[in-house]
Design a protein around this ligand. Sequence first.
Ligand code: NAD
Length: 474
Amino acid sequence: MDTPSDTHNLFFDSVSAYFDRAADLMSFPAGLLDQVKSCNSVYRMKFPVKDDDGNIVVIEAYRVQHSHHRLPCKGGIRFSPHVTQTETVALAALMTYKCALVGVPFGGAKGSVRFDPKTCSPEFRERVTRRYTAELIKKNFIGPQIDVPAPDYGTGEQEMSWIADTYRAMKFNEPDTYACVTGKPLALHGIPGRREATGLGVQLGIGECLAHEDDMTALGLTTGLPGKRVIVQGLGNVGSYSAHFLQKNGALIVGIAELGGGIYDPAGIDLRRAAHHFKENGSFAGCGIGAFFENPRDVLEQPCDILVPAALENQITAENASRIQAKIIAEAANGPVDHEAEEILRDRGILVIPDLYLNAGGVTVSYFEWLRNLSHVGFDRMSTRLSELTKTHLIEAVEHLTGRTLDPAERASVTAGPREVDFVHTALAETMAVAYHSIHDAWKTKDLPDLRTAAYYVAIDRVCRSYQAHGIFP
Ligand code: NAD
């Protein structure tokens, strides 16, 4: 059995190998490519926190800023007993390429804290989060223009609130304190649409991929989501929203893998019922939906069109890649397919939609939240009523010309102005479409081996050009 550090080295090696594969095809100076690949800063800390019995526990944590080519740095914070420095560096590097790919003007970063948030009390989790934030503040590793964390595996809105509150308490005179972290709840200057952003982006990204008839024909699939059979691994933030939006857009969820077991039903799973059972019982055991698999990894190998790993890295390796039956692997998690598995999948004609593109919805909407916090105004406030008035005048003119009038319900629906969440969702959809177009175009026109190489190629090109524009490498 692999230890966490083995699997994290494997993940780091994969990110490194993917970078090299794309960089080898580029003509930038070797030193510049070296700089783009290198991790700029690593802050490893140990700090004491009292447990619920008053005993002191020493916590190890990290904040990694992979690239300062744009500021602030941006990246989630992971809480897990298995985090390592190597894993955090690999995740931070991915953030640099991800931001470049979707046009988010940040450098990549990542944070991690080694403890189990699932088995401790909320009070302990709060003390750890606040102390971690204080450590970041002491070393200038957090701030609206420096480094802006967000949720990741094992963290969510609650932790982001504690971070914002701690930052605000210690930086009381700063004007934009809430922009120090994103993924906050709405009540604490969050943005509508952030909670579901990564999962919605996953669905939008899969939709972009499925729209290309030639690619789908090569896979033996039709275009479009309706009727596609999907297996999802992980029912946390990313997995549950991915499954929800995929199902809402016509896909059939046939399998779900979670810690403690998985379920598979080729006729389709009632997602709401399955999620409810999992939430109540912490497992799918006894839920009575489809076939139950004690080992959740077995679910990944069941027949489907699209496999969506949305849990952790290194889930598809050389060990199980030959048994995967999906035609598309949609990387909702970071690093779920390692570089050895990828060779096997490519030889078998399986298409991988890479993580740095597919799960970029989270950082994209985090960018909108950050902008909103800096401007201190919602995206709808200055335009929604104006839009309603303009549409009302237009409708009145059309009614006058045609002699036909809309009933009040019709009129209200036609003239309604956009809500803030509409701005967020449409801007996210545009981002996912434009980014897919750029990687698909690079894949085909530069004859690159696959979508991942194309995504790295586009991202590295942009970061290199940014460095060159700064005059660092004339
Ligand atoms: P989360 O903690 O909300 O959920 C993860 C889920 O995966 C949990 O329910 C956990 O029980 C489950 N899980 C863990 N190991 C598993 C296994 N071996 N088999 C099946 N299920 C397993 O985390 P999240 O925020 O949804 O993040 C998931 C992945 O997506 C991570 O790789 C993260 O880096 C990536 N990601 C998250 C975001 C975000 O906005 N939260 C953005 C981009 C990428």
